[in-house]
Write a protein that binds this ligand. Structure first.
Ligand code: ZN
Length: 504
């Protein structure tokens, strides 16, 4: 008989393989699948989901996990390979076992129906049509949180923990509270500055084929391995790590707007580099997985914003961009370009927001989610509560709910507790990037020469290769020597605002 830990890992890896099969189907659905295949695909995916859930929550697997736990050597290092895989699997196993099958099924079914209702309500700008679905989702998510439990006394923690293990609403609130005031202030000062970014240069004719060539060149230059991944097109861009040697990302091309595809690809490349850097030998186990959504997002945001919108990056790429778009870029100076890709201005739609205002969109959602979960804000009051915060934080009032509280897909699918990971990602990114500068020296000089390998190597060593060994907050402390703080992000945004808008 195999030793307990080996049996446990072999079962876990089989689970990981099966899960990656369903992820291939998901990628295919988004990029290749003919519309008439939707019904059949639904059956395939549902069967796999059922098999996965049954396998993972089976008493047999519970026994394997318990035996592996019991076999851990006494006094073993808490971050040894064995201890990490056992600890993290116990966390997700207990979570899965606490949810009754009827609730899991009801959440899945409601998620699908509510998402359809949401898409229609958004297209017709009809919030009242979506309201009962949101009500139902809130009730189900409260029940889910109660099943999982929350020692802190705050239900939200049980939901947040799924996306950002170990984080609490209180921690996130403290950090966001410290960020909000200075950020609102900075965005207001930028709005009052007489200097305006020449946005028009991004809205010229950018042929899709040339956009794709440049985006591929940039992805390859920063380290994406096209021998172990792909770039395709889809309506909603995403990146999925299907396993060792297979990381796929997607984008979409708008010929009248440069930013969407190029920065979108850099963003997905950041996610992809993380996936390509996870240790292959640990595939299927926590040591082969990302820390959290927030840490995943820190990787995408770092390459998209901190690297991709820097002057040094464009010092290297501008000649290639000019070759790709000789007409659109005729007469556009390097300074104009740098200003245009770093424009900051309040807008209604989160996914189109710049790197400064984006975080205010996220805070608004984080606050509303907590208020909905506690019952302080009922579903009927969501539009008013949304609009009030938009006014306070961004100085804007959405003209309709489609551009207000109906804009995001997350709540309709039951993803409550997900939004804060976006801003956590920006905060982690800025703090990690400051540390990378300290450790590596003049990153700008390297970027200007087209050298991105030192930064990628640093991320590989400090983040990617470690899998889920540490919780996000511990990883950040370990790598940077400090707890998560809003200051590095504020320093970055203020420096840019000073340079471009003459404010700080
Ligand atoms: Zn992302």
């Amino acid at each position: 008989m195999a030793p307990p830990y080996a049996s446990f890992v072999s079962e876990l890896k089989e689970h990981g393989l099966l899960k990656s099969v369903s992820e291939v189907l998901h990628w295919d659905e988004q990029t290749q699948m003919p519309p008439k295949a939707a019904g059949h695909r639904g059956e395939q995916v549902a069967l796999l989901a059922k098999m996965l859930h049954a396998k993972f929550t089976s008493p047999r697997f519970g026994d394997l996990l318990a035996a592996a736990e019991a076999a851990l050597p006494r006094g073993a290092e808490i971050d040894s390979d064995e201890a990490v895989n056992v600890r993290e699997t116990r966390r997700s196993y207990d979570r899965a076992r606490k949810l009754p099958a009827d609730l899991v099924e009801e959440l899945a079914r409601t998620g699908v129906l509510a998402q359809q209702a949401w898409a229609e309500a958004r297209s017709k700008n009809d919030y009242p049509a979506f309201r009962p679905w949101l009500e139902k989702i809130i009730l189900l998510k409260r029940r889910e949180a109660d099943c999982i439990g929350y020692a802190s006394g705050n239900r939200y923690d049980a939901l947040l923990d799924e996306y950002e293990p170990g984080a609490t609403a209180a921690d996130v609130k403290r950090t966001f509270d410290a960020l909000r005031g200075p950020l609102v202030d900075l965005v207001r000062k930028i709005g009052q500055s007489p200097k305006k970014a020449p946005l028009e240069v991004l809205e010229r004719q950018y042929p899709a084929a040339a956009q794709e060539r440049l985006a591929r060149a940039a992805a390859a230059a920063v380290g994406f391995d096209f021998g172990a991944g792909r770039l395709d097109t889809s309506t909603h861009p995403f990146c999925t790590g299907l396993g060792p040697g297979d990381t796929r990302m997607t984008t979409r091309y708008d010929e009248r707007y440069f930013g969407d595809a190029f920065f979108g690809v850099l963003h997905e490349t950041g996610h992809a580099l993380y996936d390509q850097g996870l240790p292959a030998e640990h595939f299927g186990t926590p040591l082969g997985e990302a820390v959290s959504l927030g840490i995943h997002e820190s990787q995408s945001r770092m390459w998209e914003n901190l690297v991709g919108r820097s002057r040094a990056f464009w010092r290297h790429f501008m000649p290639q961009a000019r070759q790709a778009f000789p007409q659109a870029l005729a007469g556009v100076s390097d300074d104009d370009w740098h200003f245009a890709v770093n424009d900051v201005r309040p807008s209604f739609i989160r996914t189109e927001a710049d790197e400064a205002t984006y975080n205010l969109h996220v805070m608004l959602r984080f606050e509303l989610e907590q208020a909905m979960l506690s019952g302080e804000v009922g579903a009927a009051d969501v539009p008013a509560a949304w609009n009030e915060r938009m006014k306070n934080y961004l100085g804007l009032t959405p003209p309709d709910d489609a551009r207000g509280c109906l804009q995001d897909i997350h709540w309709s699918g039951g993803a409550i507790g997900y939004f804060p990971t976006y801003t956590l990602g920006n905060l982690y990114a800025a703090q990690l990037f400051e540390q990378a500068r300290k450790d590596l020296g003049d990153l700008d000089a390297m970027f200007a020469r087209g050298e991105f390998a030192p930064l990628l190597g640093w991320l590989r060593k400090n983040i990617h290769s470690r899998g889920k060994r540490y919780l996000a907050r511990d990883l950040v402390r370990r790598v940077t020597g400090s707890d998560l703080s809003p200051e590095p992000l504020l320093r970055h945004l203020r420096a840019k605002a000073g340079e471009l808008y003459g404010v700080s």
